[in-house]
Design a protein around this ligand. Structure first.
Ligand code: PDD
Length: 278
C-alpha cells in the first residue's frame, strides 16, 4: 500500500508524522474524501473546491493547485490500482512546538491515502440502511470539513452499538445531517426535502449533484429543515456521501420509513447517480 506524505509517495509502513503535528495535537486541519468508480474520481473538482474553501476559513494556505491535487490523486489511485473506493486527503497547519495560536513559518502537512470499497454493487444499498437519531453535539462551524470529528465519532459509535449504519444528528428537534452524510426525506407527495445550507451542516458535494439530477428529472426539491417526526412519517428517506453515494434509509430509531424497504424514488436517484458516474 502506497500513501502520500509531504510530497512523497511511500509505503504505508514507512510513512510517519511528527508528534508535534497540529493535526494530532489540536485537530487543526481539514480533510476531503472523493469517491473512485472504475478507477475514476467522482465530483472531484467540487471536493477540491470545498477543500480550498475549508482551508481558507481556518487560514491554512492550500499547498497545491487544483491541477496539482488531481495529478497527485490520480498517481495514488494508479499506484494502488484502485478500481472502486475512495481517496482521502488531509491538510493540517503543520508541525510546531505546542502553542494554541498559529505558529509562524510552518509548512502544512499533507497526507493522502486510498481505501478500496465496493461502490456500485452495494449490498447495503440493496437492503437500505437503518439509522438512529442522536443529539448534535458539534461546534458552530460545521460547514468547515475539519478533522475535529469527536462528536461524529461518538454519534457513529452509538449507531454501531445499536447495530445500525448511521446516526442522524438532531438540533432543536430538527435533523442537521448524518455523522458522515447528508440526510434527505421524500414526502408523501413526492417532494425531496433536505436541509438548507448554513453553518449548521456540511455543504455535501453528493447532495448538490443529487439535487441537480433530481431537478433534471423534473422531481420537486425543497431545501428546509425537517423534524425527526416528519422523517419517520415520510414516504422514503435516504442519505448521500462520497462513500455511500445515494443510500436508502429504511428505518429511523427502529421505526420503518414507508414500507421499510428502499423506495422507488430513492432507487431512481441512486441509478441516476451511478449513470452520471459512468
Ligand atoms: N463525510 N455531512 C458530513 C458531516 C460529512 O462528514 C459528510 C462526508 C457529508 C457528505 O458530504 P459529501 O457528499 O461531500 O461526501 C455530509 C465523508 C465521506 C467522511 O467523513 O468520510
Amino acid at each position: 500500500r502506497i500513501v502520500f506524505v509531504n510530497g512523497s509517495f511511500v509505503p504505508y509502513e514507512e510513512a510517519s508524522i511528527p508528534i508535534m503535528d497540529r493535526g494530532f495535537l489540536f485537530a487543526d486541519g481539514i480533510y476531503e474524501v472523493s469517491a473512485v468508480i472504475d478507477g475514476k474520481l467522482i465530483d472531484n473538482e467540487a471536493h477540491l473546491a470545498r477543500l480550498e474553501r475549508s482551508l481558507g476559513e481556518i487560514s491554512i494556505k492550500n499547498p497545491y493547485t487544483t491541477a496539482q491535487w488531481i495529478e497527485l490523486e490520480k498517481e495514488l489511485i494508479k499506484r494502488n490500482n484502485v478500481r472502486e473506493g475512495l481517496v482521502y486527503m488531509q491538510v493540517t497547519r503543520g508541525v510546531a512546538e505546542r502553542d494554541f495560536a498559529f505558529p509562524k513559518g510552518v509548512e502544512p502537512t499533507v497526507v493522502m491515502f486510498t481505501q478500496e470499497k465496493a461502490m456500485r454493487a452495494s449490498s447495503a444499498a440493496e437492503a437500505g440502511a437503518a439509522v438512529i437519531t442522536v443529539e448534535d453535539l458539534r461546534w458552530k462551524r460545521r460547514d468547515i470539513k475539519s478533522v475535529a470529528l469527536l462528536a461524529q465519532v461518538l454519534a457513529k459509535q452509538a449507531a454501531a452499538e445499536a447495530g445500525v449504519a448511521e446516526a442522524w444528528m438532531v438540533e432543536d428537534g430538527k435533523v442537521t445531517e448524518g455523522g458522515s452524510s447528508t440526510s434527505f426525506i421524500i414526502t408523501r407527495d413526492g417532494t425531496i426535502v433536505t436541509r438548507q445550507l448554513s453553518n449548521a451542516l456540511l455543504p455535501g458535494i453528493t447532495r448538490k449533484t443529487v439535487m441537480r439530477l433530481a431537478e433534471e428529472a423534473q422531481l420537486r426539491v425543497e431545501e428546509r429543515a425537517f423534524s425527526v417526526e416528519e422523517a419517520k412519517a415520510a414516504a422514503e428517506a435516504f442519505l448521500t456521501s462520497a462513500t455511500s453515494l445515494v443510500m436508502p434509509v429504511v428505518t429511523i430509531d427502529g421505526h420503518p420509513v414507508g414500507d421499510g424497504k428502499p423506495g422507488p424514488l430513492v432507487k431512481r436517484l441512486r441509478e441516476l447517480y451511478l449513470a452520471m458516474a459512468d
